[in-house]
Design a protein around this ligand. Structure first.
Ligand SMILES: Cc1cc2nc3c(=O)[nH]c(=O)nc-3n(C[C@H](O)[C@H](O)[C@H](O)COP(=O)(O)OP(=O)(O)OC[C@H]3O[C@@H](n4cnc5c(N)ncnc54)[C@H](O)[C@@H]3O)c2cc1C
Length: 421
């Protein structure tokens, strides 16, 4: 998106340029606020922007990239309800496919775990939490309430911690509307393989986050891994079994499967590029973001897969394409992480900005201010700010947005399973 935005500026002056952005969804997702959708803090559409409102000159093509033929300079895209194919030709190709969730072949995980990567994931988690409260509230669930009222989040990185913190607040606030349930019946578990959560922020902030979450009754299981998921629940490496039907897996990412089909070097599932973001030996092919291994000349390592890097890579990459076309000097990508922030619920947060640690309300306020500033388009900023302001007055919404429900058919003769109490 940021590469396309930069190219769009050049398009106004060069009508002979033709830029096409292909994406499987017609919107741009702002991932830092995803957990707020799962926890009913924000309306579902407020953290996404329609591509067509962001880009006016670039051609947008909603479709699924099926294959990339670097030798023939062609990209095949499946499109439309019946998924017919289009072949797009190019002079320059930017590969920015992101990453996919890695389930590490852990038994039952892929089939049973929810993930936190897309807008659909956040919506599914929100629906599951509300659906479980609805099911548990009724008398027929007595004796089966435990798995319905227990949530396990695997992965104590940013996504996992922000998710458990937000949904813990949500469910504890929501439970008062369910007369047969009480807060004591709820169980929220965060499973993390390392000794302290949020390792990117250092031990001190990680330990602080752990204390705050524990004070809000989140059970934190450090030095523990998920070993399997089944209809009985989640099996952990310490031999325990947590009965639950809600496991959220945030503990692994791997390379996009399309990259494996390309004749280019990749490391740890990411395409190797040079400091100009070009794929070596394939002139006109560029890559960025989570799917690219971008060398950091200062550290000798690769730049981390974060949005703050990806969007800046997009801008540099677009300028380098323009230099390649017009002639001119290409710019090497150089950037150091400015800061990292996590919201940990109930108006508290943890942050490290330019090497300085912040925690508590100040960190939470910084989180909101910084991310609100980064959310694209004034309209969405205003909608999010209003959601947050109204949150001070009203309780969180409990509406289940289940789009599949109208298609569900319940057999009319399902009387064999009638429960009386
Ligand atoms: C829950 C969560 C919270 C995060 N919070 C932060 C944060 O606070 N700060 C931060 O810096 N980073 C954060 N990140 C990381 C950040 O979102 C990523 O680093 C960033 O989005 C990477 O950008 P990208 O363009 O490489 O990939 P993506 O943003 O993943 O974009 C890839 C796009 O390609 C599309 N796509 C994939 N395959 C196909 C296909 N075959 N055909 C068509 N389209 C396809 C996808 O639908 C997607 O739109 C977070 C990530 C998550 C999941």
């Amino acid at each position: 998106m940021y590469a396309a935005l930069e190219l769009e500026r050049a398009l106004a002056a060069r009508p002979d340029f033709n830029v096409t952005l292909v994406n499987r969804e017609n919107f741009f997702l702002f991932t830092p606020m995803l957990h707020e959708v799962a926890a009913s803090d924000l309306d579902v559409t407020h953290i996404v922007n329609p591509v067509r409102k962001l880009l006016r000159q670039v051609t947008f093509f909603e479709g699924e990239v099926q294959s990339i033929d670097l030798a023939q300079r062609r990209v095949r895209v499946a499109h439309g309800a019946e998924l017919h194919s289009h072949e797009l030709e190019y002079h320059h190709l930017v590969i920015a496919l992101g990453s996919v969730t890695n389930f590490y072949d852990i038994p039952g995980l892929e089939e049973r775990a929810l993930t936190m990567k897309t807008l659909g994931d956040a919506l599914e988690l929100r629906n599951r939490l509300i659906g479980n409260l609805e099911a548990a509230d009724f008398e027929c669930s007595i004796g089966q309430r435990e798995p319905l009222l227990t949530v396990v989040v695997a992965g104590g990185g940013f996504a996992g911690v922000e998710t458990i913190a937000a949904i813990n607040d949500f469910v504890r606030e929501a439970v008062v509307f369910y007369p047969h349930l009480s807060e004591e019946l709820l169980r929220m578990v965060l499973v993390h393989p390392g000794p302290v959560i949020l390792p990117e922020l250092g031990e001190k902030l990680g330990a602080y986050a752990q204390r705050r979450l524990a004070a809000r009754k989140v059970e934190i299981r450090v030095n523990t891994r998920v070993q399997g998921a089944s209809e009985r629940g989640v099996e952990l490496s310490d031999g325990s079994l947590i009965p639950t039907n809600t496991l959220v897996w945030t503990a692994g990412a791997s390379g996009h499967p399309l990259l494996e089909t390309l004749p280019c070097p990749a490391e740890r599932g990411r395409l190797v590029v040079n400091e100009f973001l070009e794929v070596p030996e394939w002139p006109g092919v560029w890559a960025l973001g989570d799917c690219a291994l971008v060398p950091d000349r200062r550290t000798g390592k690769a730049h981390p897969p974060t949005a703050q890097h990806a969007l800046r890579e997009g801008t540099v990459l677009a300028r380098n394409i323009l230099s390649a076309i017009r002639g001119g000097r290409r710019r090497a990508f150089a950037f150091s992480t400015i800061g990292q922030l996590a919201a940990i619920g109930r108006r508290t947060g943890v942050a490290r900005i330019l090497g300085v640690n912040f925690s508590g309300f100040v960190a939470w306020w910084l989180w909101r201010t910084i991310y609100l500033g980064k959310l694209p388009r004034f309209e969405k900023k205003l909608r999010v700010a209003l959601d947050w302001a109204l949150d001070l007055v009203f309780s969180k919404d409990l509406v289940q947005l289940n789009t599949a429900k109208s298609k569900r058919t319940v057999p009319l003769d399902a009387r064999a399973d009638v429960r009386t109490a």
